[in-house]
Write a protein of this length. Structure first.
Length: 369
């Protein structure tokens, strides 16, 4: 039988490994509460993330809003998160029905690709934002020439292309597979049985390209920013609220990225070691099977945290949102008043018609003009 990977992540346990380990490890089984708890968490992430990212796109894409390099990356990050969040309700239903996929093979591939696309695209856009912020703060004069909107759009296009290419294995290998032992049709990754190193290779690639390299770049950028701001620059006041706000943002960015994705990538790496037989033991399998869904929740929550972290925390975005509200509120109020007036007029006409009564109306018609 082909190696079948049946968790939501792009690469987790194969059904063959799970069945063989279950015979030797009596305690290995997913939590009985996953089919209720995980869908609930996914629903919260979906609502918060969808509303937050829609607001980000709506505000930053207004004609009155100034187009900047940072805003270009933020909008693309929000679009990446929105594309993934569209697939999240399907994964929630998948969990609630105990890994039974009811939406067909095409939706299985599509949802898997959206997940993979977001894993790479969102992290790369965060990395670009970090590099842009580093160059703007540490090298403000030199970066003025190279930090332009056209280049940011080209970089964004390259990121989307790279993230799209990274979804090719998911498109090729993810499909529905009926598990007779569990009585469900799972949305899984089915690798060729003659090539057992597909899963370890892709998992390690994800560890390196979707976490280790971006985190190294992000951490390096913000460490240099912190060193620059605290290095006694004559134009900066260390006690100013602006410096304090920037430093808090620096810490928040690095911690959010690390906390959301580090547990998932650690478990993915342990899964690789287990698959290769380096750490083939019951407690490793139990840890992976039990914690993988919750580490995915942490990773997915980054899509809901991003708009608050990069936009709502900033005073500039809040000002833009409030200005937009002040512009739209009077128009909405006028439309609401107009609709209310029309309804009132219609209600009065209807009331007059009722007061006239059918007999009186008939008598008026019989009299003629």
């Amino acid at each position: 039988m082909a190696s079948t990977h049946s968790n939501l992540s792009m690469a987790t346990n194969s059904s063959e490994d799970l069945m063989s380990n279950s015979s030797s490890c009596d305690s290995i089984s997913p939590s009985l509460h996953q089919n209720k708890l995980i869908p609930t968490i996914y629903s919260v992430i979906f609502v918060l993330g969808f509303v937050g990212n829609i607001l980000v796109v709506f505000v930053l894409c207004q004609k009155s809003n100034r187009k900047t390099v940072a805003n270009t990356y933020i909008v693309n990050l929000a679009l990446s998160d929105l594309l993934f969040l569209i697939s999240l309700p399907f994964w929630a239903i998948y969990y609630s029905f105990d890994y039974n996929w009811m939406f067909g093979g095409l939706m299985c591939k599509l949802c898997g690709c959206l997940l993979s696309l977001n894993v790479y695209a969102s992290i790369y856009f965060i990395t670009c934002m970090s590099v842009d912020r580093y160059r703007a703060i540490v090298y403000p004069l030199q970066s003025q020439c190279s930090r332009n909107l056209c280049r940011a759009r080209v970089v964004s296009g390259v990121i989307w292309t790279i993230a799209g290419l990274m979804t090719i294995p998911t498109m090729a290998f993810r499909d529905t597979y009926h598990l007779k032992e569990l009585g469900v049709t799972a949305c899984v990754l089915i690798y060729p049985p003659t090539q057992p190193y597909w899963f370890p290779g892709l998992a390690l690639t994800k560890n390196i390209l979707a976490f280790l390299v971006p985190f190294t770049v992000i951490a390096s950028c913000y460490c240099r920013i912190a060193k620059h701001l605290l290095g006694g620059q004559p134009s900066l006041d260390k006690s100013s609220s602006n410096l304090d706000r920037v430093m808090k943002m620096v810490v928040a960015v690095v911690l959010a990225f690390f906390v959301c994705w580090f547990p998932f990538h650690v478990l993915t790496f342990l899964d690789v070691l287990s698959t290769l037989g380096v750490m083939h033991s019951c407690w490793v399998r139990q840890t992976i099977i039990t914690l993988m869904p919750f580490t995915l929740c942490l990773g997915f929550s980054n899509s809901a945290i991003n708009p608050f972290l990069y936009c709502f925390v900033g005073n500039h975005f809040r000002e833009q949102l409030w200005r937009l509200y002040e512009e739209k509120a009077p128009r909405l109020s006028q439309k609401r008043d107009s609709i209310s007036t029309r309804l009132s007029s219609f209600s009065r006409k209807l009331s007059d018609l009722k007061d006239t009564g059918p007999l009186e109306t008939l008598d008026q018609h019989s009299r003629g003009p």
